[in-house]
Design a protein around this ligand. Structure first.
Ligand SMILES: [Zn+2]
Length: 99
């Protein structure tokens, strides 16, 4: 039995792999319940395709407590935090409208 994870399993653990599936990340604070959503594709462009989504978000920027990171797909009407442009990493909330 091989102990090497399949290529598919490795891809699923990186932002680049999740971006291929058009996934979204839901980041929720355990304490203050502050919730933000991101597109894996946006995060892959900012942090690199090989970045693991599990280690990207550690502490709530509001209260400093631990964060829950969940995975799903963006739904129409979701508020998603997106970068303004490729050269200027400022994030703003945007209502998701699939094209
Ligand atoms: Zn918090």
């Amino acid at each position: 039995m091989s102990m090497t994870p399949s290529r598919r399993a490795i891809e699923a653990m990186t932002l680049g792999g999740m971006a291929l599936d058009n996934r979204a990340l839901v980041v929720r604070c355990y304490s203050c319940r502050r919730t933000r959503r991101f597109l894996a594709a946006d995060l892959a462009r900012v942090y690199g395709e090989n970045q693991s989504p599990h280690t990207l978000f550690r502490r709530c920027s509001k209260c400093g407590d631990g964060l829950y990171v969940g995975f799903g797909f963006p739904q129409r009407g979701d508020t998603i935090r997106r970068p303004e442009s490729v050269t200027k990493w400022q994030w703003r909330d945007e209502v998701w409208e699939p094209s």
